[in-house]
Write a protein that binds this ligand. Sequence first.
Ligand code: TYD
Length: 147
Amino acid sequence: MSETTPSSAAEFPTIDDCRIVDLPHILSPQGSLTPLYALEHIPFCVARTYFLYDIPGGASRGGHAHKILEQFIVAPMGAFDLLLDDGRRRKRIRLERPYYGVYIPRMIWRELVDFSSGAICLSFASHPYDADEYIRDHQQYRQDIAR
Ligand code: TYD
């Protein structure tokens, strides 16, 4: 069975495959700079970048998993919580520094909550946007990973 068609839940990525990546931060009296390299800090070829902003207090984003897409998320401004779920275990990560990123493999359920005022969520994705590639129903997600 190939990597893209797992035959059991054990072959799907887990919470342990989600990881926090330290990014360089270059400090100077004139301000700070963080460079990101694909295939070094971001462990995939980036096909798309987008960012969330103007997020109202109390809003939550995400609430889905991706069948094939891998993602790398940074909080360049402000803070938010990333809730990760592999169907068995959950992890909550507070992203509040511009020099940390979180790698999220395919088939991990994610929600983004508790945005601070003015927060920005910068996201790097391994694929172009494709609505058919999303799993937006948590029950469906649990069924899919149990297969
Ligand atoms: P969605 O992925 O549901 O946002 P989030 O996970 O942050 O809550 O996308 C919200 C809307 O934006 C949806 O109508 C699809 C559209 N969209 C694009 O057109 N291109 C993109 O790259 C993304 C991420 C979303």
